[in-house]
Design a binder for this molecule. Structure first.
Ligand code: HEC
Ligand code: HEC
Length: 355
């Protein structure tokens, strides 16, 4: 982190030296090492600009099959269940707190016995609507994803799925809840069904915001600065990667598409596909709730959203954004901070432990 910061401060100082300081940059003067972007007009978004985005759906169903209430209720309980961890002290909610926008605010997460992982925990809100899960996309959907952390030695640390199922089968209330969620199955307490239930719950974790109100036609939902930020985001070309309902989450792209990314320790999607072209490629994250889910990037190396925006301009687009442009984009990103579905995410009473 200190190294990253040092590099970034170094670059910022270099840019300032090349442009004659902040005043010159604020006036939109071109900076060394990057093209500049002309200021956008302050106006409503055009249909072409609006067409790059979509309002959030209320839920994302799996293969068009809505989950049942019983599946959602079971998934909600399992989401908060620490019995799914080796030390009975970590749940999904430990690293993705639902009352904290679904992210833990740490650079990288701490799990079983306080072990540190190597990646920043993305938010679970709206995650189900992404093309794949994890920074490297190694799980196709939230159902498959949910089966990972329970057995991950650095996260919840259970030795194997049999140990998980032994706990759940030992509880009369879990046996009843699985039977209600997966009727007609002879033996419903399976590890696949743990994933299916948690996934069913996660598919309702959507956070519509003021941006959705604007997309639905309420022109008063955004201030002039926020509109300008959205137009700047489009004009800069951020939407080449961050578009659609999630402003991201739909594709994989290289970190450092226009200029070499400063920290290249994580090989990204290469670890999944072993294709040379996937080196340093990551899932483009959603920008929904981004104001609330720092620190930023897959390694959690950048604490400030303004710095993250500036780096994106520089390394993904070869652009040196001015301070006012960064401030406007930041203002628009804040309109993507949504409403937490408080009753939906309320922690249910957990079944009494049978051991
Ligand atoms: C110890 C902390 C920790 C725990 C516990 C944990 N996660 Fe995560 N979660 C992470 C980290 C870190 C990542 C990113 C890892 C990666 O991309 O390689 C992640 C990724 C995810 C993602 C992918 C999001 C995206 O945008 O790609 C989802 C969904 C998710 N976790 C849900 C869960 C669920 C459900 C549970 C409980 C079964 C859980 N997590 C438990 C830390 C944790
Ligand atoms: C070429 C594709 C591409 C373009 C263009 C792009 N991004 Fe990104 N963006 C990414 C990728 C990939 C990441 C994740 C990189 C990582 O974490 O290693 C990312 C991450 C981010 C993050 C951090 C989010 C988080 O939760 O950690 C922000 C903020 C962001 N982008 C904003 C922008 C803005 C603003 C622009 C335009 C100035 C932009 N991006 C242009 C691909 C792109």
């Amino acid at each position: 982190m200190r190294v990253m910061r040092g590099i970034f401060i170094g670059l910022a100082a270099l840019a300032a030296a090349c442009t004659g300081g902040n005043e010159a940059r604020q006036a939109g003067a071109p900076a060394m090492g990057g093209k500049s972007l002309a200021p956008v007009a302050d106006a409503a978004l055009t249909p072409a600009e609006l067409g790059l985005f979509r309002p959030l759906p209320a839920r994302t169903d799996r293969d068009g099959q809505p989950a049942t209430e019983a599946q959602i209720a079971l998934g909600r309980t399992l989401y908060y269940e620490t019995v799914l961890s080796q030390g009975h002290d970590v749940s999904c909610n430990s690293c993705h707190p639902l009352n904290g926008y679904g992210a833990d605010g740490r650079r990288v997460s701490f799990g079983h016995k306080g072990q540190q992982g190597s990646r920043n925990a993305p938010t679970v809100y709206n995650a189900a609507a992404q093309v794949a899960q994890f920074w490297d996309g190694r799980a196709p959907d939230v159902e498959a994803q949910a089966k990972g952390p329970i057995l991950n030695p650095a996260e919840m640390g259970m030795p194997d799925s049999a140990a998980v199922l032994a706990h759940l089968r030992g509880s009369a209330s879990y046996r009843a809840a699985f039977a209600a969620a997966f009727p007609g199955e002879a033996s419903p307490v399976t590890y696949d069904n743990v994933g299916r239930a948690i996934g069913a719950f996660e598919r309702g974790l959507m956070t519509p915001s003021r941006w959705d109100a604007y997309l639905h036609g309420d022109s008063s939902a955004l201030t002039g600065q926020e509109r300008r930020g959205a137009k700047t985001f489009v004009a800069a070309g951020c939407t080449a990667c961050h578009a659609g309902a999630l402003a991201g989450g739909q594709m994989f792209q290289k970190a450092g598409a226009a200029a070499p990314w400063p920290s290249a320790a994580d090989s990204g999607r290469y670890a999944v596909t072993h294709r040379a072209s996937d080196l340093f490629v990551f899932k483009v994250p959603t920008l929904r709730n981004v104001e609330m889910t720092g620190p930023y990037f897959s390694d959690g190396s950048v604490a400030s959203l303004d710095s993250a925006i500036a780096m994106m301009g520089r390394y993904q687009l070869g652009l040196t954004l001015t301070t006012p442009q960064i401030t406007d984009i930041h203002a628009w990103l804040r309109t993507l901070t949504g409403t937490i579905p408080v009753p939906y995410v309320a922690q249910p009473p957990l079944p009494v432990r049978a051991f």
